[in-house]
Design a protein around this ligand. Structure first.
Ligand code: KIV
Length: 262
């Protein structure tokens, strides 16, 4: 996928959308050689790449640095970047400077978490010519407010709230919405009620697309095993095994061999 028109086309043609997170050049090169549709430089970079315990620690310079690294390895794939914690709540100047940095680093759209109190701002960003992806359900930047990283929209009041905000976001001009950790039935209802695509994570099979954190789907996060995750590789064990074999080969004087020497 090259631009936001492809998102609209996929929705109208009922073609499913795939998106993965990416934070660096070498992964971006591998993704470029696949059919995966879109790439998200998520603020999960703060956890996955920098070891923080939440996305609250992502900063705009950190995000722009990862966007630029991804962009250098990515060919013709739609690139979305997360606006980090509070960047959209510190006034227009900080918001627009933050967006400026992400777009100049190579992003083609920004993802903004939440909608409450943000609709005018989101509309302003869209009208400034910047495509916005929404993000509802579990919004990890608000995990302190939500009482943890848990399933959202389990009661009818909170489910209705998420559905109403989806519609408000659509009206504000977002081109797509990530639905994170909501019951499948709610995601289905929202998806069917909207003309823009929904992209789910822990939101069941009825959304218009699916997104996963790259390191999670590669099985690199050893102890992270939420119900929604399918690991396509036991990356942790395979990388560990490769490192152990290198260590052994060197210590047993099996590496480098004659063929590997000048
Ligand atoms: O930051 C991130 O990785 C995300 C995805 C989980 C959608 O926002």
């Amino acid at each position: 996928m090259k631009n936001i028109l492809d998102f609209a086309r996929k929705k109208s043609e009922r073609e499913i959308i795939t998106m993965v997170t990416c934070y660096d050049t070498w992964s971006a090169r591998i993704i470029s050689d696949t059919q995966v549709d879109a790439v998200l430089v998520g603020d999960s970079a703060s956890m996955v790449m920098h070891g923080f315990d939440s996305t609250v620690h992502a900063e705009i310079d950190m995000m722009a640095y990862h966007v630029a690294a991804v962009k250098r390895g990515l060919s013709s794939r739609f690139l979305v970047a997360d606006l980090p914690f509070l960047a959209h709540r510190k006034g227009k100047r900080i918001l627009m400077n933050s967006i400026d940095k992400l777009m100049k680093a190579g992003a083609q759209a920004v993802k903004i978490e939440g909608a409450d109190g943000m609709l005018d701002t989101i509309e302003y960003v869209v009208k400034s010519g910047v495509p916005v992806m929404g993000h509802l359900g579990l919004t990890p930047q608000s995990h302190h407010q939500l009482g943890g990283f848990k399933l959202q929209g389990t009661e009818s009041e909170s489910a209705n709230r998420i559905q109403v905000f989806s519609k408000h976001l659509e009206n504000a001009g977002v081109f797509s919405i990530v639905l994170e950790m909501v019951p499948s039935a709610l995601a289905k209802r929202i998806t069917e009620s909207m003309s823009i695509p929904t992209i789910g994570i822990g939101a069941g099979p009825f959304t218009d697309g699916q997104v996963l954190v790259l390191q999670d789907l590669l099985g690199l996060s050893k102890d992270f095993e939420p119900k929604f995750l399918r690991k396509y590789l036991d990356g942790y064990s395979q990388i560990k095994d490769a490192l152990e074999r290198f260590n052994q080969d060197v210590k047993n004087r099996n590496f480098p061999s004659d063929k590997e020497s000048y």
